[in-house]
Design a protein around this ligand. Structure first.
Ligand SMILES: Cc1cc2nc3c(=O)[nH]c(=O)nc-3n(C[C@H](O)[C@H](O)[C@H](O)COP(=O)(O)OP(=O)(O)OC[C@H]3O[C@@H](n4cnc5c(N)ncnc54)[C@H](O)[C@@H]3O)c2cc1C
Length: 465
C-alpha cells in the first residue's frame, strides 16, 4: 500500500512511456516519486502498449540502424510533415536529445531490434523495440519499481488543486472512494483526448461517431482539460491529430497496430460513391500514412475502400481481417455495397490514365497517371489482374495534438506567459508544441521519451529547491 499521507517530491500522472521516463529520471536524481496510472494494471501504459519504434537522430550507423540520420535531416523531415507548424526551439531540443535517448533507454532496460520490413521502410531512421511497446513498457516498469518509484493502478485523477500556477495536490478515485496525493512538483503525462468521443464531437460533429480509436480508452483528456481550465496556456489546433486509415471492422478502442492498412500506395482509394478523392501516391508512405484518417473522415459516412488486385496481395502487412475478394470489379462493388457502374468507371478511368514506369515503392518512382483528377503521382499501376480485393477503412484516431504549452524545461506556461511554479508536462499531452500538424513515424515515442526524461529531471530539481 502506498502511503498517501506523506508528501512526495514528484507526482507523475499517467502510466505510459512519457510518465515512466519522467518517473525514472526523477528517481535517479534522488526524488521521491509517485506514479498514478488511471488504468488497471493489465491495461497499464496507454497508447505506448501499441507502439513498435522510435525515431532518433544518430551520426553513424548503429548495430540496428543502417546509416546516419542527422539532426538537420530529422528537422527537415519534421518541417515538411508539419508544414512548419512546430516550435523550432523545442523541436531542435527534442532532436538533439533524441541522440542520447538511443542509449539512455537501453540503460533503463529496453532492448532494440532491427527494423521490421514493409511499406514504412524505417531501417535508417527508427529503432524498433524488441517485443514491441508492451515489452518496452514492462522493462521501464521493472526499472522504476527496482529504483523504488511508487506506482498505483486504477488510480484515475479526477481533480487537481492548483493555486495561481502552483500544483498542490491531486484527487484520485481509488477503490470505492476518493483520496488525495500531495507533491512538490507535478509531471502531467496523461495522454491526449482521443478516447473522448464527446470532446472530439465538439470539432468534428456527428462524424466522430464513426471514428475508431486505435489505442487506450483511458486517454480521455481529463488532465489536459483540468490544466487548461486552471490557467495553463493551450497549444495546438484541437482538430489536428494523428489519424490513419484502419480496417473498418476494427473494435471501437484498442485495435492497435494490426488493424492499420498500409496498402493505399498499392491501389486506389474510393469513397462510398465509388469515386477516388486523393492522390494515393503523393509521397513516401512514412511521411503520408498519417493523413489518411483525416481524408477518410472528410468523406461521406466516414468510410472508404482501398481497392487493389492480386499482384500486390503479399506486398504489405495485412490487416487482422481478410480482404474482401471478387473475380470482377462489379462483383467486388456488390460485396462492398457500392454502385458497380460507378466503381467500374473509376477503375477503367484510372487504368487508362496509368503511364508505364519502373515500380519501386521505397522511392518516389516514375509510375504515375496522366490527365486524371486527382492524379496518382507515384506507384500507379493498372488494376487488371483478378481476383480483385478491397479493405473497407475508417478514420483510426491515434492521438490528438491539442496540449499544454511548455518551455525547454517542459515547464508548463500559464495563460499570462509566466512559467508554472512546479508543473511539467511530457508526451501526448504536450505533443502539439512540436507537432502542429502532420506526423512522421516514430515521433510520438521520441516526444514521450525525450520530454519525459527532461520533465522528470526538472521536476526533481524543482522539488529539491
Ligand atoms: C496503435 C498505435 C500504434 C502506435 N505506434 C507508434 C510507434 O510505433 N511509434 C511511435 O512513436 N508512436 C506510436 N504511437 C503513438 C504513441 O503510442 C504515443 O505517442 C505515445 O505512446 C504517447 O505516450 P504517452 O506516455 O504520452 O501516452 P500514453 O502511453 O497513452 O499514456 C497515457 C497514460 O495516461 C493515463 N491516464 C489518462 N488519464 C488519466 C487520469 N485522469 N489519471 C491517471 N492516469 C490517466 C492512461 O491510462 C495512460 O496510461 C502509436 C499509437 C497507437 C495507438
Amino acid at each position: 500500500m502506498v502511503d498517501l499521507s506523506r508528501k512526495f517530491d514528484v507526482l507523475v500522472i499517467g502510466g505510459g512511456n512519457a510518465a515512466l521516463c519522467a518517473a525514472i529520471s526523477a528517481k535517479r536524481l534522488g526524488a521521491d516519486v509517485l506514479v498514478l496510472e488511471g488504468a488497471p494494471k493489465f491495461y497499464r501504459g496507454g497508447n505506448t502498449r501499441h507502439t513498435r519504434n522510435m525515431r532518433c537522430a544518430h551520426d553513424a550507423a548503429t548495430d540496428i540502424l543502417t546509416g546516419p540520420y542527422s539532426e538537420d535531416e530529422f528537422f527537415e523531415d519534421l518541417l515538411r510533415v508539419t508544414e512548419g507548424n512546430t516550435d523550432e526551439d523545442l523541436a531542435r531540443l527534442m532532436i538533439r536529445e533524441s541522440k542520447d535517448i538511443l542509449t539512455w533507454i537501453v540503460e533503463q532496460g529496453v532492448r532494440w531490434q532491427p527494423s521490421l520490413g514493409g511499406t514504412l521502410s524505417l531501417g535508417r531512421t527508427n529503432s524498433f523495440f524488441l517485443g514491441g511497446g508492451r515489452a518496452m513498457l514492462n522493462a521501464l516498469y521493472r526499472t522504476a519499481e527496482a529504483l523504488g518509484v511508487e506506482i498505483m493502478y486504477d488510480a484515475e485523477v479526477v481533480d487537481l488543486e492548483i493555486d495561481n500556477g502552483m500544483f498542490l495536490s491531486a484527487t484520485l478515485k481509488h477503490g470505492d472512494g476518493r483520496t488525495s496525493a500531495r507533491a512538490s512538483a507535478l509531471v502531467a503525462a496523461a495522454g491526449g483526448f482521443e478516447a473522448n468521443i464527446e470532446w472530439l464531437k465538439q470539432y468534428w460533429g456527428e462524424a466522430a461517431d464513426n471514428f475508431l480509436i486505435r489505442g487506450t480508452p483511458y486517454n480521455r483528456g481529463s488532465i489536459l482539460k483540468m490544466l487548461l481550465e486552471k490557467g495553463v496556456e493551450q497549444v495546438g489546433d484541437p482538430t489536428q491529430c494523428h489519424a490513419v486509415a484502419i480496417d473498418a471492422r476494427a473494435p471501437r478502442f484498442d485495435g492497435g497496430i494490426i488493424t492499420r492498412l498500409d496498402c493505399v500506395v498499392f491501389g486506389i482509394v474510393v469513397n462510398r460513391n465509388g469515386m477516388r478523392f486523393y492522390d494515393e501516391g503523393e509521397d513516401i508512405w512514412p511521411k503520408r500514412y498519417a493523413i489518411w484518417g483525416r481524408l477518410v473522415a472528410a468523406q461521406p459516412g466516414q468510410i472508404a475502400y482501398i481497392i487493389f488486385d492480386s499482384t500486390v496481395l503479399t506486398s504489405f502487412m495485412p490487416s487482422l481481417f481478410p480482404p474482401i475478394k471478387a473475380d470482377t470489379i462489379a462483383e467486388l462493388a456488390g460485396q462492398l455495397e457500392l454502385d458497380p457502374v460507378a466503381l467500374e468507371k473509376t477503375v477503367a478511368g484510372f487504368n487508362a490514365a496509368v503511364r508505364p514506369g519502373t515500380f519501386d515503392h521505397t522511392i518516389l518512382d516514375d509510375c504515375r497517371t496522366e490527365g486524371l483528377t486527382p492524379p496518382k503521382t507515384h506507384w500507379a499501376r493498372k488494376l487488371e489482374t483478378p481476383p480483385y480485393y478491397a479493405y473497407p477503412v475508417r478514420p483510426g484516431i491515434t492521438f490528438t495534438y491539442l496540449g499544454t504549452r511548455v518551455n525547454k524545461q517542459t515547464r508548463m506556461l500559464m495563460k499570462d506567459d509566466t512559467p508554472s511554479a512546479n508543473m511539467f508536462a511530457a508526451g501526448e499531452i504536450m505533443a502539439g508544441n512540436v507537432l502542429g500538424r502532420g506526423y512522421a513515424a516514430g515521433i510520438g515515442m521520441t516526444i514521450g521519451s525525450v520530454f519525459g526524461r527532461v520533465a522528470g529531471r526538472e521536476a526533481a530539481k524543482n522539488a529539491r529547491n
